[in-house]
Ligand binder design. Structure first.
Ligand code: AN7
Length: 347
């Protein structure tokens, strides 16, 4: 039914708010028994790649676009490392309003670019990084009156709280740890707010430790200073100056959690492990939490038996190039049974 209908009473929705809906949310919380054996924990991956545009962004975008329409805005604008643009473009298309997206030129995964273009957005490649594109988008929004739908738009983070509610509704409790990739730092802040709201409503009686994972080349929350030239293969989180840094720091300190960083090699190893032992194909940024849990395990800092939810924020299909760069090629054969048997019987 989509998150606006499902969690209507928890959202700032009035009779004047159009119920925009692409059937986002209600994503699966997938158990990962083979990976549990390695880590000695009770791990679930919440596969946000099942959302209509293939990432968690849809949870907040649906509310941001609904409120923009309610407020009489007639176009939306955002800067993006890729997923926000795909999501904004999808919801704008569904409502028949123009969408402008500013992308860091040459640094967006192929699938995300294809999505924004297919949904019919006006796609603008900025010769600069995401942080600069975001500044420009904010200025463009101010000058034109377009609705700004980056996570500086409060409705984005309110919508994204629904992920935490779904986890608690399924588990019947909060997890012990909540592991999540951190880029612009909105999602970790939204989940923390969501868990707190559920505790106030009496739906859960404990809160998780918030464990935020960044890529080592773009880890301003770990180093505690903006990163002027962020670089990582996980282009979704190639962000040097997170707008919600203050909220994310509060979430981590209030929950006695931590920020940690993982290298690109660790991220890619986790991506392969999640696919080959979990059966779930998530994009590189989404695999930073699993890389982080593996690192904590090696360091002896992962408590046995705890329940951990990790947010698999985007679908692996969005970034086919990074996937293909780390796997082998198909085995090509002539169309004979002999050649097939040679493959089937080889080790
Ligand atoms: C797959 O699309 O910032 O910490 O412009 O696409 O809430 O920013 C994407 C971020 C994690 C980080 N995983 O979330 C954008 C954008 C994936 C992402 C993040 C993003 P935030």
């Amino acid at each position: 039914m989509g998150v606006l209908k499902h969690y209507r009473e928890l959202f700032p929705i009035t009779d004047a708010t159009p119920i925009v809906n692409l059937e986002e949310g209600m994503t699966p919380l997938i158990p990962l028994p083979r990976i549990n054996k390695r880590l000695g924990i009770n791990l679930y991956g919440k596969f946000e790649g099942c959302n209509p545009s293939g990432s968690f962004k849809d949870r907040g975008m649906v509310l941001a676009v609904a409120k923009a329409l309610e407020e009489g805005k007639r176009a939306v604008i955002c800067a993006s490392t890729g997923n926000t643009s795909a999501s904004a473009a999808a919801y704008a298309a569904s409502q028949g309003i123009p969408c402008f997206v500013l992308l860091p030129a040459g640094k967006v995964a192929l699938g995300k670019l294809a999505q924004a273009l297919m949904y019919g957005a006006k796609v603008i490649a900025v010769k600069g990084n995401f942080d600069r594109a975001l500044e420009l988008a904010r200025e463009g929004a101010e000058k034109t009156g377009c609705a700004m739908v980056n996570s500086v738009n409060p409705y984005r983070l309110i919508g994204q709280r629904s992920g935490a509610w779904e986890i608690c509704d399924v588990l019947g409790k909060a997890p012990d740890w909540h592991a999540i990739p951190v880029g612009n730092a909105g999602n970790i802040s939204a989940y923390w707010a969501g868990y707190n709201e559920y505790q106030k409503l009496g739906k859960i009686d404990s809160l998780p430790r918030m464990m935020g994972f960044q890529a080592a080349g773009a880890a301003p929350l770990v180093t505690n200073q903006p990163c002027p030239n962020p670089e990582t293969i996980a282009t979704a989180i190639r962000i040097g100056n997170p707008v919600s840094a203050h909220l994310a720091r509060a979430a981590v300190s209030e929950s006695h959690g931590e920020f940690n960083s993982v290298t690109d090699d660790e991220i890619l190893e986790a991506q392969r492990l999640l696919a080959s032992e979990g059966g779930v194909f998530a994009e590189p940024a989404s695999c930073a939490p699993l890389a982080g849990l593996m690192k904590l395990k090696r360091e002896g800092r992962l408590p046995e038996g705890i329940t951990v939810t990790m947010i698999l924020t985007g679908n692996g299909l969005k970034d086919p190039n990074t996937a293909m760069s780390q796997v082998g090629k198909p085995i090509e054969i002539n169309d004979t049974l002999e050649e097939l048997m040679r493959v089937l019987e080889s080790k």
